[in-house]
Design a protein around this ligand. Structure first.
Ligand SMILES: Cc1cc2nc3c(=O)[nH]c(=O)nc-3n(C[C@H](O)[C@H](O)[C@H](O)COP(=O)(O)OP(=O)(O)OC[C@H]3O[C@@H](n4cnc5c(N)ncnc54)[C@H](O)[C@@H]3O)c2cc1C
Length: 446
């Protein structure tokens, strides 16, 4: 039995961990010959069941550990963790900019999900930082694709929402890059074995702050006022309910507090004193730092939120219901008001936290009964429809996997989904790779 971070479980018929590309290609060839489905596993930190097989084989990429740091880039195997990449990059005075908050995620998983993180507000998601990709296809062939190498078959232009983040389906566009097609394809088109990723020099000076507010409204007003602050690399939000969830784990959190987390390039914190006063933040109780160690402490604070939610949901014994929707930045406040209005009527606890700089927050419901789960599912669908109605996306960074594949049809037209299915069929004619991710696979469509 294997399980991902969301508790989605599956029982593979066989588990494999190829030592190198040759072994992987030969496994894929055997699976194709036998018509056996194959699901790729990275570090299993995914939250939508994507790495969990419905049937067939599970192939772990944990043995692909190559890690070489050069000026401006890293050559990295799919099984290397983000933590190890960042550590090695830091030793050379560099870093991998998107920095998803889950440090145990594998590079293969990060690429397959086009992951992003708190600094994506400034640096964008993983896709933007890939220089080349090494992949294996289901027929057992392998290939390296460099940035700028176009696909050799026609695809239509699909409608991409005008959000700063979007990770749903394939971003089809005539003449698109192979790298752009495979990155974010959630293990449905090819297996990523390695990549060249761009690294940037570590900023010499950075101001970090965890700024507490007496209520959610004041925090949300500050977000809109600070969005355009020069050199801002991070703008994150945690509502008062989510701060309450981690209160016991950290010292110095004021009562009844929502918070905004910022990072800004520079070394002059004085303008923040004025901003705190103007916005009605708790001036004395807010945390500011200039050192990497404190920055790491703030990162742990932020990361503790999704972990606390997952722990609580597990303890309650019910499925986690979490959103990953984003809207165009100018619709942020509208969407936040919608969430808050509807959550007010929801009978179980809920939290809102996340990447508000990108108008992308995670609404998490913490059901305490089966009735809450049913109501919660309806509410999540309602939120998804509202996000799309505001020009947004039903998936900004986690992908859809199996748990959320029903949302694909909310985002795209039947023709657009058909165009994606045709790309899938071209690269995986028997529909064996990542079965059940993104698309329903009724026998009639195989
Ligand atoms: C507490 C917590 C916080 C998180 N925060 C963030 C965040 O800030 N931003 C974010 O984007 N995500 C976040 N996530 C989600 C998760 O960490 C990411 O989706 C991550 O990219 C998954 O990597 P993984 O190695 O664990 O992949 P897995 O969970 O093992 O797999 C995820 C998907 O990728 C496919 N896959 C994995 N490796 C390969 C490969 N080599 N080739 C092809 N397909 C492959 C799998 O088949 C599956 O569909 C968070 C998760 C947790 C638990």
């Amino acid at each position: 039995m294997i399980e991902d971070a969301s508790g989605w479980q599956g029982e593979p018929q066989q588990q494999h961990a190829p030592a190198n590309e040759q072994e992987l290609c030969s496994l894929l060839q055997s699976a194709s010959a036998a018509g056996t489905p194959v699901t790729i596993a990275g570090s299993l930190t995914g939250v939508n069941g994507g790495a969990i097989p419905d049937r067939g084989w599970s192939i772990s990429m944990k043995a692909f550990k190559r890690l070489e740091i050069q000026p401006g880039k890293a050559i990295v195997g799919a099984g290397v963790s983000l933590k190890d990449l960042q550590q090695a990059a830091r030793n050379s005075g560099q870093f991998f900019p998107p920095d998803p908050t889950e440090h145990w995620a594998s590079i293969g998983g990060i690429i397959a999900n086009n992951a992003s993180g708190s600094r994506s507000f400034y640096y964008g998601s993983t896709r933007r930082h890939i220089l080349s990709l090494d992949v294996c296809f289901m027929d057992g062939s392998s290939q390296t694709f460099h940035r700028g190498e176009p696909i050799h078959f026609p695809v239509p232009q699909i409608n991409i929402p005008k959000t700063t983040k979007h990770q749903v389906g394939y971003p089809l566009s005539p003449g698109m890059d192979w790298v752009d097609l495979i990155c974010g394809s959630e293990g449905t088109l090819a297996v990523v074995t390695g990549a060249e990723l761009s690294l940037l020099p570590l900023p010499e000076t950075m101001i970090s702050g965890v700024i507490f507010f007496p209520n959610d409204d004041k925090a949300l007003n500050a977000v809109e006022a600070w969005r355009k602050v020069d050199g801002l690399h991070m703008l994150e939000y945690c509502d008062a309910n989510s701060v309450d969830l981690v209160r016991d784990r950290f010292e110095g959190i004021p009562k009844l507090a929502a918070c905004v987390i910022i990072e800004q390039q520079g070394d002059d914190p004085d303008p923040w004193l004025t901003r705190l006063t103007e916005s009605g933040a708790y001036e004395e109780a807010s945390w500011f730092a200039l050192t990497p160690n404190d920055r790491e402490r703030f990162r742990q604070f932020r990361h503790a939120l999704p972990e606390a939610v997952n722990d609580r949901v597990r303890r309650n014994g019910f499925q986690k219901l979490g959103s990953d929707y984003a809207v165009p930045v100018h619709r942020n406040r509208e969407m936040m008001d919608y969430y808050r209005r509807k959550l007010h009527q929801f009978p179980a606890p809920s939290v809102i936290f996340g990447h508000i700089g990108d108008a992308h927050v995670h609404v998490n419901l913490l059901p305490e009964s089966s009735a809450h789960v049913q109501l919660g599912k309806q509410l999540m669908l309602d939120f998804a429809r509202q996000a799309v109605a505001l020009g947004g996306t039903v998936g900004a960074e986690h992908g859809l996997g199996k748990r959320k594949r029903h949302l694909l049809a909310l985002q795209f037209t039947a023709d657009e989904i058909q165009a994606m299915r045709e790309v899938k069929t071209r690269l995986d004619p028997q529909w064996l790779l990542g079965v059940g991710n993104l698309f329903e696979t009724p026998e009639s469509s195989l």
